[in-house]
Design a protein around this ligand. Structure first.
Ligand SMILES: Nc1ncnc2c1ncn2[C@@H]1O[C@H](COP(=O)(O)OP(=O)(O)O)[C@@H](O)[C@H]1O
Ligand SMILES: [Mg+2]
Length: 387
């Protein structure tokens, strides 16, 4: 299927600051795209360019084959003619208007009188469970209700594209989950096309058909959530999507050596070849892929085992979040409460322990440039015993 929405070479600068840098993106009809990245990487600016609220210095944007922006031909369709719906971080409802008038506003601007007559406002309010609130003012609503009204206002005119700029980040945790789920259900039932900006990886994984991870005004990876989760293309992406554990490895005679002088034997030929190109690598992996043991005897066959010492732990119900130190590095892990509660509660900081993980949970990147160097199938049968 041809891309319904295409962004090519989009560039936006403020003075000498390149905020969006030759960015390419294509979005299919009905797709829910999440733009994920840290604060300041250019997400809002990208959305504002799509909406026609900023004039980029370079590139082009087309909606359904229609050019709405092109720097070379100086095409720039104004915002109100792009048929876009927007939902912002702060609710941005007009305080002097009732809920009804707020939701009706995009229909009035577009002069969609028939839709108003046909009850589009009431239907949109109903859709976000705010049908009973139509005559209230925003100040008489909770934060969650206000943001749901904002979602109704963003969708009421059935825009070609709905832009969401961190719409959940001002809500407390419980409401955030509720409104997120509601947006997800609305997308499934209405099938609108969306670009949703967030810095929260859990939100991105929950909502996205595809995730675009942004770094300094560029897209670093653009993929299905499962692919991003399993195969982050760079150390930057790995770190951003929850592979918080980082081991620096240096090349030794028999394999890769950690800062604690444990040896990780990477017998995999691919790794070995690529490793020849450099003497340093970085492994990234998730805390919930790491296990904790009282001794080396308890390590499951095939796991990589490392010597560690306890730094601290926090109780989290079914599990403990445990922080340990291996050499100069700190690693996080999740230890099942049923199995480890008694040991942990009796352990002082500095207590020696053993941690292990399956080599398949590691993603290895070149150091220092952070590019992916290998497939995940590292073979790491044993442990270098330090003694
Ligand atoms: N109107 C502006 N004038 C100057 N700099 C801006 C303006 N808007 C954004 N920036 C800068 O552009 C960068 C990206 O901002 P933004 O797109 O808001 O990032 P994000 O939404 O990812 O946090 C930031 O460094 C910000 O300071
Ligand atoms: Mg922003």
């Amino acid at each position: 299927m041809a891309s319904q929405f295409a962004v090519t070479g989009l560039t936006k600068t403020y003075g000498s600051n390149v905020v969006v840098d030759q960015l390419d993106l294509e979005i299919e009809q009905g797709e829910f795209l999440v733009l994920l990245g840290p604060s300041g990487c250019g997400k809002t600016t990208t959305l504002r360019c799509l909406a026609g609220l900023e004039t980029p210095q370079g590139g082009s944007i087309s909606f359904g084959g229609r050019q709405v922006f092109d720097a070379s031909t100086k095409t720039d369709v104004p915002a109100h003619k792009r048929n876009i719906g927007m939902v912002f971080q702060s609710y941005a409802l007009w305080p002097h208007m009732t809920v009804r008038d707020n939701i009706r506003y995009p229909l009035k601007v577009r002069k969609l009188k028939q839709a108003i007559a046909d009850g589009a406002v009431e239907k949109a309010a109903e859709m976000v469970d705010c049908g009973a609130l139509l005559d209230r003012y925003p100040s008489q609503l909770s934060g969650g209700q206000q943001q749901r009204v904002a979602v109704a206002r963003g969708l009421v005119a059935q825009p070609d594209l709905v832009l969401f700029d961190e719409p959940l980040s001002n809500l407390d945790a419980r409401l955030r989950d509720q409104v997120r789920s509601q947006i997800h259900q609305l997308h499934q039932s209405l099938g609108f096309t969306a670009v949703f900006v967030t810095h929260d990886q859990a939100e991105a994984f929950a909502l996205a058909d595809r995730i675009a991870i942004m770094k300094s005004g560029k897209i670093e990876q653009y993929d299905a959530p499962e692919h991003v989760f399993e195969n982050p293309v760079s150390e930057y992406v790995a770190a951003f999507i929850g592979m918080g554990n980082r081991l620096e490895l240096r090349r030794g005679h028999d394999g890769w050596i950690t800062s604690a002088n444990d040896i990780i034997d990477l017998s995999n030929a691919v790794v070995r070849d690529q490793a020849d190109e450099g003497n340093a690598a970085v492994a990234r992996f998730r805390p919930d892929d790491v296990q904790m043991h009282a001794s080396m005897d308890d390590v499951p066959a095939g796991n990589v085992a490392l010597h560690a010492e306890l730094v601290t732990y926090e109780y989290a119900g079914r599990h403990f979040d445990v922080l340990v130190k291996t050499g100069t590095e700190q690693l996080s892990l999740r230890a099942g409460a049923a199995e480890h509660s008694a040991t942990l509660r009796a352990s002082a900081p500095g207590t020696p322990m053993v941690i292990s993980f399956s080599p398949s949970s590691l993603r290895v990147y070149a150091h220092p440039d952070g590019a992916r160097v290998t497939v995940p199938e590292l073979v790491a049968p044993g442990v270098g015993d330090r003694s």
